[in-house]
Design a protein around this ligand. Structure first.
Ligand SMILES: Cc1cc2nc3c(=O)[nH]c(=O)nc-3n(C[C@H](O)[C@H](O)[C@H](O)COP(=O)(O)OP(=O)(O)OC[C@H]3O[C@@H](n4cnc5c(N)ncnc54)[C@H](O)[C@@H]3O)c2cc1C
Length: 442
């Protein structure tokens, strides 16, 4: 078998699938010609790879093998804050409704809890303009048949004991949001997938893709070659490097992404609604009685996944209070008890981003049988159901259920796929993500 050396914008395959949302016209036929049992290989055992494995197995599309270089969840997933935020905007509403529907079904099938806790989420306004946005959210939520309540500053304290009414203009309490434990979500997906026959190989590192002609036919690993009819790259921020080895491009970069955990007094009740304040680029929730406060900082610190120490598993990056102190101070204005609260830890984890805030999910142009499921823009837990379903749609050659939410890897032009250009945009990616999602409701 020869190693893959392909160009994403290979002339022969250029735009071959553009305009055929959800269709994969040639792959299925080729598979039927080449193998009696379709072998589907997934690289990466985070929240995305395990969701893909379960969804593909549930659809009965073939023999599924998942390869993870260390332990399941050991990349970015294990330190995720696990928030799932419902918003009445198209790129949030439909995928998240699916996730909310999926959680109890997965828990029943796996016989295991994901730790899902519906707390509701306070969208905090610090300006009249933001409050106008949230009034729009409330109206839109009503038309979708969902509740939610607009709160005056003095009413917010009834829901969040630490909120200062003089620091805010009001809030919208959205009741559908909540959080889960990402490690438990991974374990549940893996368990349900195994029950459906998925083989999971941990401690196995993929070294490169293998192709026959214009078609992927497996991977090389440190434990030998694995043959496959389809390969799904769900290797988180390491996906770009895996494709680069094969001369391909995945238009994502990576940034350092932070949250602090403080221990204010009084301790927060577990059911306290989480909060989001898009104007200040902060969010938060209760964490074992403490207060987790996260930051979508401007001028985010970029990182090169290839330069991370090896093995980078169950590992965090260095603390950097200088990077996030200004955002923490804004959180202190809204929640004054944070000022004197001891800090339990500052979590700094790597995460991958695209320039438009949407993941990369779907076929890699010019290479039959090769699919991407990566670049989750700090919403991989939230998007995991949608991504698993979408990959199964692509593999099954069926219409995409979530096709309004454009995640096709080929959506970027030549300039936007250039790694140097993508890297130059990365410092803006986390804060843009917050702004995009805030403004999209206006
Ligand atoms: C601080 C922080 C807070 C977050 N909070 C939230 C939140 O509240 N809500 C939310 O929805 N999202 C949140 N996220 C984002 C979410 O955690 C990620 O989007 C998600 O975990 C990404 O999952 P993944 O499966 O794509 O990647 P990963 O979890 O990184 O999984 C990829 C896997 O691939 C494996 N791998 C890599 N290379 C190879 C190889 N060559 N061979 C075999 N295996 C390989 C890795 O070991 C890894 O296990 C947060 C992220 C961070 C950093």
């Amino acid at each position: 078998m020869a190693r893959v050396v392909l160009s994403l914008r290979d002339a022969s395959g250029k735009n071959a699938r553009r305009g055929q949302a959800g269709r994969f016209p040639s792959g299925r036929r080729q598979f039927e010609e080449s193998s009696a049992v379709r072998r589907i290989l997934i690289v990466g055992g985070g929240v995305i790879g395990t969701s893909v494995a379960w969804h593909v197995a549930e659809r009965g599309l073939g023999e599924v093998t998942l390869i993870e270089r260390d332990r399941l969840g050991s990349g970015t997933t294990w330190h995720s804050a696990g928030n799932i935020t419902w918003k009445p905007v198209p790129d949030s509403d439909v995928p998240i409704e699916y996730m909310l529907e999926l959680i109890p079904r997965l828990e029943r099938e796996a016989g295991q809890s994901t730790g899902w806790l519906r707390t509701g989420r306070l969208f905090i306004a610090r300006s009249p303009e933001a409050m106008d946005t949230f009034e729009g959210y409330a109206r839109a939520a009503g038309t979708r048949g969902h509740g939610g309540v607009l709160l005056a500053p003095g009413e917010v304290g009834r829901h969040h004991p630490l909120a200062a009414e003089d620091a805010i203009v009001g809030a919208w309490l959205n009741p559908r949001s909540g959080r889960l434990n990402p490690a438990d979500l991974v374990a549940a997906c893996a368990r349900a997938a195994r029950r459906r026959g998925v083989r999971i190989e941990e401690q196995c590192t993929v070294r490169g893709l293998v192709r026959r002609g214009a078609r992927v036919c497996g991977v090389e690993t440190d434990r030998g070659a694995f043959e496959a009819d389809d390969v799904v790259i769900a290797a988180g921020l390491w996906s770009r490097g895996l494709l680069a080895q094969a001369g391909l491009r995945a238009a994502h970069g990576a940034c350092e992404h932070f949250y602090a955990i403080a221990a204010p007094s009084p301790a927060l009740p577990r059911e306290t609604p989480s909060f989001i304040c898009a104007e200040d680029l902060i969010y938060g929730r209760e964490e074992v009685g403490g207060f987790l406060v996260g930051f979508f900082d401007r001028n985010a610190k970029c990182l090169d996944a290839a330069a991370l120490p090896e093995p980078f598993t169950f590992t965090l990056l260095d603390e950097d209070w200088d990077q996030v102190a200004a955002y923490y101070e804004r959180a202190c204005e809204i929640f004054p008890a944070l000022v004197d609260a001891p800090i339990r830890r500052l979590v700094n984890g790597p995460e991958s981003f695209t320039v438009d805030g949407h993941p990369l999910v779907g076929p890699v142009e010019g290479v039959d049988g090769l699919f991407l499921a990566c670049a989750m823009n700090s919403a991989g837990v939230t998007f995991s159901g949608m991504v698993g379903h979408s990959v199964a749609d692509w593999l099954a050659d069926e219409e995409l259920r979530f096709r309004e939410f454009d995640c096709r890897p080929e959506r970027f032009g030549a300039r936007e796929s250039d790694p140097a250009w993508v890297d130059a945009q990365m410092p803006h990616a986390p804060s843009t993500f917050y702004r995009v999602h805030n403004e999209s409701a206006l």
